[in-house]
Design a protein around this ligand. Sequence first.
Ligand code: NAG
Ligand code: NAG
Length: 433
Amino acid sequence: MEDHPRRHGQQQQSAIGSKLKILLLVISTNIVSIYLFSASSLESAPRIHLWDSEALLRELSSTRHKLSASEKQLADLHRRLSTSNTLLEALLDELGKAHGDKTPPEDLDGWQNVLSGELKLAVGPHKLPLGFTANLGTDELYPTLGSPCRRFQAELTEYMSYEVGKDCPSDDIFAQRLMLKGCEPLPRRRCHPKSPDGYVEPTPFPASLWTIPPDTSIVWDAYSCKNYSCLVHRGKAKGSYDCKDCFDLNGREKVRWLGDNGNLDFGIDSVLGTKPPGTVRIGLDIGGGTATFAARMRERNITIVTSTMNFDGPFNSFIASRGLVPMHISIAHRLPFFDNTLDIVHSMHVLSNWIPDIVLEFALYDIYRVLRPGGLFWLDHFFCLGTQMNTRYLPIFSSIGFKKLRWNTARKLDRGIEMDEWYMSALLEKPMT
Ligand SMILES: *[C@@H]1O[C@H](CO)[C@@H](O)[C@H](O)[C@H]1NC(C)=O
Ligand SMILES: *[C@@H]1O[C@H](CO)[C@@H](O)[C@H](O)[C@H]1NC(C)=O
């Protein structure tokens, strides 16, 4: 992977090299043809004998002949040259495309121009009626679409292949993979998602918070488990899954964040206790699994939106069944909240050393952005190596601008002390002024 940028550079260089060669070829072909022409016209210069008028006339008419013949030749050569130039231009264009150097505006239009069918309609642009342009500052509406989508045109075309008004293909996993590759948000579609068979009204609130929903509440196509009993029990079974035991609402989920061990495990009530009563009202849990954090907050009349992907399980549907708000966005997505609005942002086990530093830094600034002054950022169990903690992560976290209310680090011991794996839990506050 580290080798990649260099190789890419070499590729580009060789592309530029071959383009230069072709350009030189074009130029030299032109020069040679000009030379040939001028040479041939010199060679056939008429030898006129002024004393012989008949001969002069003959010479003149023959010269006219030759001249018109060479005019024809010239026109012919011209035509051939311009054809070969067009071909070469096309070739250069192709070469440029293959090697990824493109002039952005042309490329943007180029991308949109080759689309067809539903994808073309979904991507736009669409002309706005007169009179609406002033408010929006544009006369064309571009439906939102993650810019990396352009790199996956074949997949995108497949995603947009369906009959308008009919059922969408069963492609949840395919669609989520596309999102994770950066095509986020996906384009909108004009089809119906598959509906679960035998859907019944959800469990009423507040019982819904701690009730496993009926199996008929979702479509199981995308998952290896085909019922909730399977998902609940996989917590104790072999195999590694994301948020493995999160569907078991009577297991570990039941006690999370209730107590405060003074170390990595902060309690919800001790965190809320750092703010005046009732002032923490709305927030976000990033990568919140089955939303038990949101459930515990809901019991305290606090509304938490839980972002989660459906990794090996119907996390979004399960959260919704509990009567909580799921949000299907990845960690790479800009938080869809306005500046200075949320009272609290929580995240456990998601932000850690797998995220490239610069991506992490952008994410932390984004969290800072959406928090209101005095808002809390509860970073729960940030994972990294001992050697990374002080040299790499402390500087990043310190640079964002948060005030540290709590900061605890401890070894993660389940794989042995020699692994030098650490957790950090922190309670950070966006300054009031
Ligand atoms: C649940 O699904 C598993 C396979 O995923 C199956 O073995 C099991 O019998 C199912 N249980 C019920 C109660 O349907
Ligand atoms: C939540 O709000 C309801 C209705 O306003 C109130 O009756 C209840 O006591 C509140 N619960 C908590 C834990 O504050």
